[in-house]
Design a binder for this molecule. Sequence first.
Ligand SMILES: Cc1cc2nc3c(=O)[nH]c(=O)nc-3n(C[C@H](O)[C@H](O)[C@H](O)COP(=O)(O)OP(=O)(O)OC[C@H]3O[C@@H](n4cnc5c(N)ncnc54)[C@H](O)[C@@H]3O)c2cc1C
Length: 402
Amino acid sequence: MKPDTLIIVVGAGIAGPTLGMALQQAGFQPTLYESSAETAEGIGAFLTLSTNGIQALRVIRADLPVLKRGFATPELTLRSHTGKFLGKTSTGTPLPDGTSSHTLKRADLYEALYQEALRRGVRFVHGKHLVDATETPEGVTAHFSDGSTATGDLLIGSDGVHSVLRSVIDLHAPRPTYSGLLTTGGYVQNVKVDVPVGSYEMIYGQKGFFGYAPAPNGEVWWFANVPWPREPARGEVECLGSEHWKQHLLQLHAKDQGPILDVLHHTDHLMTMKAIHMLPHLPHWQKGRMLVIGDAAHAPSPSSGQGAALAIEDAVVLAQCLRDAETAEQAFALFEKTRRQRIERIIRWAARINNSKAAGPLGSWFRDLLMPTAMKWLEKSDSQRFIFDHQIHWDTRMNPTV
Ligand SMILES: Cc1cc2nc3c(=O)[nH]c(=O)nc-3n(C[C@H](O)[C@H](O)[C@H](O)COP(=O)(O)OP(=O)(O)OC[C@H]3O[C@@H](n4cnc5c(N)ncnc54)[C@H](O)[C@@H]3O)c2cc1C
């Protein structure tokens, strides 16, 4: 498409700034509109950016600012509530220079991508919350909650799992589904754990799932998934506060082996408890001049460790499609053809992990019995390599007619 195509991007979390940089590298000058006053909220939690996401950032030379903010976590160990070793697995195939998956705070990932995009001259407008979008034969207009508008040739929604643009594209788009789990976490000093920096430890507790990783600065970063069968109403679990959830977690993990109780006791303040939502299948990613990417189009369970990586891959591939296609219709079709199958395969894989976290007593018994064999098979079979070995070849022109 022509470099003077006016591209409006709504949502500057992870996919947004990445798309801004990728579009710039493809010759476009996009403008990003973000509802938060500064960088995006996201604040609090941490995540692991796996090597496929790092490779995608490398394509637009934005990997180093991100890697600087995190630490390598190449593998994770799974244990049962009795401390039994269930297996070890890689968090991603190392890149040719040895770089492995990195763990970092979500807020730092946002900030690193945002600052790098700013440094490159990508335009951001803050305090703009999309409420609607309208399309004419000449263009598309984004409407914001403050009454202002922005008009361009294309409107891309990277506005996250509760996307507004998604429902503009399809009024009947499925809502994100509740995963059956709540999540919280924290950062704690002065707790000794018997795990080296670089290793992630995950524990299938009797009544909840717990993960932790020692960071190079001496902190232990942890998260917990709490099975919660009924979808909570908005604000219902958030309002209960840190001390309530700390006590709840202490009860859930009372009989579990490992450092969980110690970590919890030493945590002053837990991150706000939140329900985990997923968006496994969205029939329509696009309509006319509008398209959604990242969590707005597909949100795997956080158990996949792939949401951010896929959002980044989407952004880079979309810029490539827009660069190589003649029309928006071609570009969007090419994008969907290139991305949908991979993403939905990863989402199905992640859903299975999610189910294992919310298993009942019998299910847990079978899981702990069978998992060591399953994990060994997994390691040998390379069945997860399709996730991590994915490569984006920026210099190869895409064929929009295929
Ligand atoms: C607890 C938890 C743990 C996770 N762990 C991992 C992990 O280990 N590895 C991994 O890869 N992924 C992980 N993820 C998933 C990952 O965080 C998301 O997949 C990723 O943030 C998606 O990026 P995005 O840019 O699509 O959406 P977001 O990061 O959510 O960004 C959306 C942006 O749009 C803005 N916005 C929203 N609505 C509007 C609007 N109407 N108008 C304007 N702007 C708007 C928001 O303010 C935000 O800045 C985890 C998620 C959670 C919740």
